[in-house]
Design a binder for this molecule. Sequence first.
Ligand SMILES: Nc1ncnc2c1ncn2[C@@H]1O[C@H](COP(=O)(O)OP(=O)(O)OP(=O)(O)O)[C@@H](O)[C@H]1O
Ligand SMILES: [Mg+2]
Length: 271
Amino acid sequence: MNMLTEAAVEKALDQKMSNVPYKMIGKDVSVYYGEKRALFDVSLNVRENTVTALIGPSGCGKSTFLRCLNRMNDTIDGCRVTGKITLDTDDVYDPDIDVVELRARVGMVFQKPNPFPKTIYENVSYGPRIHGLAKSKADLDQIVETSLQRAGLWNEVKDRVHESGTGLSGGQQQRLCIARAVAVSPEVILMDEPCSALDPIATAKVEELIHELRENYTIVIVTHSMQQAARVSQRTAMFHLGNLVEENDTDKMFTNPDDPRTQDYIMGRFG
Ligand SMILES: Nc1ncnc2c1ncn2[C@@H]1O[C@H](COP(=O)(O)OP(=O)(O)OP(=O)(O)O)[C@@H](O)[C@H]1O
Ligand SMILES: [Mg+2]
């Protein structure tokens, strides 16, 4: 498992982000939906223990790129991916790779909270159970508790873990989905507009959580909120019409971007 010590993380944070090692490398990634090309030779790397934000106008290919990272595009009929993506030294598109295992290493949280219609406990314990991560019931209980704690939800639900997950508020459901993602000890967590269905208070909680999760995980988040990208990420990548326009340290991206399209987009001049 790729966990840095707290001191190492702090040190990495003090340095320029450009010194942080890559967790995932995307090289010349193109995606086609049937005849339609949605991504054009995107080369974008994801740094370890870093939050990388993907921004850009609607339809520019943010979700498409995100889904390439754990092969969620495999589930879309007629979708074809070319180029190369690696996770550490593993080729994500190697035909021999176990996709279930890959998606445990590269977990995903969706726009709309989507807990299973089961109890809170079952939502979180499902992944660890099917991946055989617990040796005993006590072990599983511990994983559930730790995951809910990491997702900042434990205190709110500890007395009702055997009640339905769908009975929680929207923000709690999204944190439950984060707990579910965390429960299988992923290395990377992909989030596609995780706060767009949440109110400002629930959004603030999830953002705080993303900040904390970064210590142990590598995070890639798609967001339409420039404020959110600026608040939670250290690196930002700007997409436009299926192309990667610019990737930079978030601070630079929002103060002095290299590409005029980034400038226009963050100033609200298009999109
Ligand atoms: N399942 C699909 N079948 C066909 N075309 C698709 C599919 N999913 C996405 N596309 C097309 O690919 C392009 C990129 O879409 P994508 O969903 O990646 O954009 P996005 O940047 O995430 O947009 P948004 O901000 O609206 O979520 C768009 O032109 C979209 O219409
Ligand atoms: Mg999208």
